[in-house]
Design a protein around this ligand. Structure first.
Ligand code: NAD
Ligand code: UDP
Length: 344
């Protein structure tokens, strides 16, 4: 039985919601995060939501000694590995920084897991590994390809994990969770996405326009072959995403197949256009979201949404929350924390 889970990058946006879900399920959570893109305040918020505080180590996953110390102190049953850099544009400007951080953090973690006999790993992969040459909805068997260094780190890590499992199938089981577009926040409004600079992602950008922090949204492309010409994505509530991790842990605990390194899509299976998101935000917030249609963003695909059959079959999991839930929870978080964790 899984009692104690180490969550790398657990102070971040998705990790903090996972911590809440695992704590609520009665598990002990150990967060390892170097706080390069997170605030320690999140720990008090997680405690306020769940009544329990996760253990926290401010450490870099590339620091082998630090990880060894943590694995020595705690008997870890499984790891959820989220630590890494995630901004596509930045990865094009600073590819070495991305390869160094995302790959090295994973390699060091895998060595320490091996040395301590920890045999269950859930990895944060991304729908970005499907590239732009696949038909929708996309299944896990679809060919993979990437268009930027960030995406390439995800694909490389998937390959590395496959090799490691292949070499010693009895020593490691892996779930490669391919997230579609995480959005929203915990319904308490206490934790949520806190972009340090200008948001790259649609939801936090729209949210900042609605609250008046930014003047207008640039809609990247109005001439895609979609109903209203704007890009379509599969937005998934971060709380649903978090429960997908809990189910993946339970599945890994029971699966008997050797050679287990299984990609699984986590999405809703439904796509919404940029303008549908804007309109949902306007309805929920009662504010106008000014926008302007500009050129397409390089590297964007027209449409992306998941085939979620496998997640349902293997994990017995499916997303439950709607676009309106995502938008109203994101809006609650934004209103209560106009400056994120910074000056709330
Ligand atoms: P995030 O930046 O909020 O969380 C990542 C956390 O990792 C941060 O708290 C950061 O401080 C920490 N970190 C980075 N490098 C580290 C290192 N070397 N050692 C220790 N901690 C380190 O991002 P998120 O949105 O919560 O994403 C979590 C994971 O999910 C990432 O791996 C990301 O690539 C992946 N993912 C995110 C999305 C998305 O849209 N948010 C989509 C697909 C996949
Ligand atoms: N988008 C946009 N303006 C923005 C940010 C995003 O029009 O400021 C569009 C983007 O082109 C895509 C969708 O919103 O169609 C989701 O983009 P996001 O960056 O959130 O996620 P991605 O799918 O690119 O990972």
């Amino acid at each position: 039985m899984i009692e104690r889970v180490l969550v790398t990058g657990g102070a971040g946006y998705i990790g903090s919601h996972i911590a809440v879900t695992l704590l609520r399920a009665g598990m002990e959570v150990i967060i390892v995060d170097n706080l390069s893109n997170a605030s320690e305040l999140v720990l008090d918020r997680i405690e306020a939501i769940t009544g329990r505080k996760p253990l926290f180590y401010k450490a870099d996953c590339r620091d082998k000694q630090a990880l060894q110390g943590i694995f020595n102190t705690h008997h870890v049953n499984a790891v959820i590995h989220l630590a890494g850099y995630k901004a596509v544009g930045e990865s094009c400007e600073m590819p070495l920084m991305y390869y160094r951080n995302n790959l090295e953090a994973t390699l060091v973690l895998l060595e320490v897991m091996r040395d301590f006999g920890v045999d269950k790993l859930v990895f944060s992969s991304s729908a970005t590994v499907y590239g732009d040459n696949v038909s929708m909805p996309v299944r896990e068997q679809a060919p993979t390809s990437v268009t930027n260094p960030y995406g390439r780190t995800k694909l490389m890590i998937e390959d590395i994990l496959r090799d490691v499992v292949e070499a010693r199938p009895e020593a490691l089981k892996v779930a490669l969770l391919r997230y579609f577009n995480p959005a929203g926040a915990d319904e308490s409004g206490l934790i949520g996405e806190d972009p340090k600079a200008t948001p790259n992602n649609l939801m936090p950008y729209v949210s900042q326009v609605a609250i008046g922090k930014r003047q207008k949204l640039s809609v990247f492309g109005g001439d895609y072959p979609t109903e209203d010409g704007t890009g379509v994505r599969d937005y998934i509530h971060v709380a649903d995403l978090a429960s997908g991790h809990l189910e993946a842990l339970r599945w890994l605990d029971e699966v008997v197949d050797l050679h287990c390194c299984q990609p699984i899509n986590l999405g809703t299976g439904v796509g919404y256009s940029v303008l549908e998101v804007v309109s949902a935000f306007e309805q929920v917030s009662g504010r106008q979201v000014t926008y302007e249609i500009v050129d397409r963003r390089a590297g964007d695909v027209a449409v992306s949404y998941a085939d979620v059959t496998l997640a349902s079959e293997l994990l017995g999991w499916q997303a439950e929350k709607t676009l309106e839930d995502m938008v109203s929870d994101a809006w609650r978080w934004q209103q209560r924390n106009p400056d994120g964790y910074g000056r709330s």
